[in-house]
Design a protein around this ligand. Sequence first.
Ligand code: FES
Length: 365
Amino acid sequence: MDIGDAVPAPTSGAKTPAVVAYRKGFYWELKAGKRYLWCSCGRSKSQPFCDGSHAGTDFLPIAFKAERDEDVIFCGCKQTATGPFCDGAHSNLPGGYLTDDPNSAANRLVATVHAGTGPVVPLDGQCYVFSTARAPLRTCGALRYCPVVTPALGALFQSQFYANVGRGGSPVIAADGRHTVLFFMAGEGEIEISGRRFAVEPLMGFYIRPQEAFRIHNRAAAPIQLFISQGPGAEDLVWLTEMPGNFDSQHPRRSASIDPSQRHKMAERYYQMLVNRDQGSTVVTQFIGNIPLSKAEPHRHLYEEALIFLNGQGVVWTEGTKTPVAAGDVLFLPRKQLHSVQCTTPGGFDIVGVIYPGDNPSINY
Ligand code: FES
């Protein structure tokens, strides 16, 4: 499938096939009050906008007036179900997910950044890879933790902390007005959210409402390892001396586990949403996904992302730099940062992403 090829347009119900004008989204800066006319047929020569070429087809352009100044991604493939904007459908065009040759002449010029003694490996822009294995941990009772993503480290929207909880349990941690999303890496025990207890096991996601607090209970010798993400971001965790009893029972469902039936395919890749609006998280979204042995074509997102590598090995690329990654590393990606993740493990590797603002990890440009 190449640019210009016609494919059936499953969402339009039209008889004439839409043409793939471009295999991913078009970044655009909308201006408040301005009118736009998005090409839905793919035949326009002034993409992503209409030039009248739909005449004689079953397609009509989509017209709208921007309510505010806003960055958007217009669909270029014309297969979106959320026209005029990209919904990630381009990832499943015939021909597969767009990949890149790590040994191309241009990629051979990209410099490798080697890890030093500290946890942060800086890449282009404000992008970096954080090694939880090299990070010094702070101690608060049986909880040991470190900041991974914070405003001081360059994040605008979210924060993330790596933590492990020894026998006994953690202190009470306040959500402190922030949407809080947890991902459990290892160990088994319980989480208490504002007086309500839930069992936890590895590879579960959890959500805590902004007015609530939580504590991890661990009766085993093995530590419980987890990542704590918050949006908006904070520089540090906030402790309470007592657990409040204000569990928000309007949102009783707080967790999500791996469920292959919930996977969204992106050609050879897939992802499953863990924490999103279904649990009540309107700000921070968490997903788990799998990347096969490949290097993605460089692309950008409109959301800020923290990507946790769960297993395997790979390489993270930005414009002029790259660095190896392994299990326990976290990639911090600012909005609009050009990047590419390469998996070098046969069979692929698993990742957990936390994104904000945004709720669809397959939208890119
Ligand atoms: S470009 Fe069409 S769905 Fe993304």
